[in-house]
Design a protein around this ligand. Structure first.
Ligand SMILES: Cc1cc2nc3c(=O)[nH]c(=O)nc-3n(C[C@H](O)[C@H](O)[C@H](O)COP(=O)(O)OP(=O)(O)OC[C@H]3O[C@@H](n4cnc5c(N)ncnc54)[C@H](O)[C@@H]3O)c2cc1C
Length: 371
């Protein structure tokens, strides 16, 4: 039997579905504005995609082009240092030392050079590199390349440590987290949200507001409206190789340094539903692509493999905003960018939940675009 109590009846109670980076960041921001918050999580750890992510924090990666998504990423990027500072745990493996991108074909080089151009135009530092400047910045990069670039303002974090830090911080600040509790339904009364039905609980968890942040599992929980979010499976591995200084991106994936002389290498992007199998051939391909950029990866020992499900929408935009159900705010669909987008998502969701303020930045990301 799941036992859940609302911590206090004095404040307005907000229930959040999902304890990933999005749910926990929203919980923290809403709690800091004086609300009672309960997070309900079916699993036992802080997030699913969150736990599996690489951890690049960059406003231009994974296909972002000039426009609303870049603006959202840019705003989040600006909030990140203060966001990290505000967490109780200090060791997040957070580094503000830039990222590299490698292009190996002429077409990739054209795309990369265009990206450098528009980023500079937008006032974001981006620099094309020669072989010698690339070697100086990232001595491990020894593969052939057509073009390479350095983005000095980018950062990276260990998403597992970030999830842990968020969990610890929200608990310290008075958020209740119910792990191992499956939300079966978001309950409504008339046109407004009224709470959550949990598997095995004998009563509804009442809430004046609900934030749906269930990642790739969000679609089935939308009460009476369309929320087309589906899983995009990503497989990664960690190899025993030190020496990489910062994330290196290439068209097939990314390498990212981790403490303990490790490097995380990924990732596949697969439209195969919630398939929980690790495919050794896919891992070999991921490693081979990385070895084309950093040759030592070819023979490095694989010490871990894992997978996660990115919450993906058809238009590649997250879904953040008030739904047609009064008091139900949707915050999902962050796809390949949820780690990077967490701080701005938390702020804009808290504006909605606590102040009913809709930032115009959110207009293109509204859940209403699917209705
Ligand atoms: C391989 C890989 C690499 C990535 N690399 C990066 C990167 O470098 N940079 C970046 O910015 N992003 C990256 N991402 C994307 C990022 O991880 C996601 O966008 C982000 O973690 C989404 O966070 P979330 O909280 O929405 O989802 P999740 O972390 O999946 O959390 C959702 C939570 O909701 C819970 N839940 C679902 N249904 C229910 C229910 N019915 N009841 C209770 N709980 C429920 C789940 O158990 C889960 O814990 C990567 C993702 C993958 C898979």
């Amino acid at each position: 039997m799941v036992e859940i109590e609302v911590a206090s009846s004095r404040g307005r109670h907000v229930a959040i579905v999902g304890a990933g980076v999005i749910g926990l960041s929203c919980a923290l921001e809403i709690r800091r504005r004086g609300f009672e918050v309960t997070v309900v999580e079916q699993g036992t750890r802080a997030g699913e995609a969150t736990w599996a992510a690489a951890g690049v924090v960059a406003p231009h990666h994974y296909g972002a082009t000039p426009g609303p998504l870049y603006e959202l990423l840019r705003r989040s990027h600006a909030l990140y240092p203060a966001f990290v500072q505000s967490l109780s745990r200090r060791s997040l493996d957070w580094h503000e030392n830039g990222t590299m991108a490698i292009a190996r074909t002429k077409a990739e080089a054209e795309e990369l050079e265009a990206r450098v151009h528009w980023l500079n135009h937008a006032g974001y530092s981006a620099q094309l590199l020669t072989r010698s400047t690339l070697s100086e910045l990232e001595p491990l990069c020894d593969g052939a390349f057509e073009s390479a670039a350095f983005f000095a303002g980018d950062a990276h974090v260990d998403p597992r440590l970030l999830g842990l830090a968020l969990k610890e911080t929200v608990l310290q600040e008075g958020v209740q987290i119910c792990f191992g509790a499956l939300v079966e339904r978001i309950e409504t009364m008339g046109s407004a949200v009224s709470g959550l039905s949990l598997s095995g609980a004998d009563h509804i968890l009442p809430a004046e507001a609900v934030v749906l942040a269930a990642g790739a599992w969000s679609a089935g929980l939308a009460p009476g409206f369309r929320l087309p979010v589906r899983p995009a499976k990503g497989q990664m591995c960690a190899v025993k190789t030190g020496g990489l200084r910062r994330p290196v991106q290439y068209p097939e994936g990314v390498m990212i340094p981790r403490t303990g002389d490790l490097m995380a290498v990924g990732a596949t992007v697969e439209d195969v539903g919630f398939d929980l199998r690790i495919n050794p051939d896919a891992i070999s391909e991921v490693r081979a692509a990385a070895a084309g950029v950093v040759s030592v990866v070819a023979d490095a020992e694989i010490v871990e493999t894992w997978l996660g499900f990115r919450p993906r929408t058809a238009d590649g935009f997250p879904v953040v905003g008030q739904s047609v159900v009064d008091g139900l705010v949707v915050s999902t669909g962050h796809d390949t960018k949820g780690i990077a987008l967490a701080p701005v998502t938390a702020k804009l969701v808290a504006d909605l939940v606590c102040d009913r303020h809709v930032d115009p930045l959110l207009t293109p990301f509204s859940p209403e675009r699917f209705s």
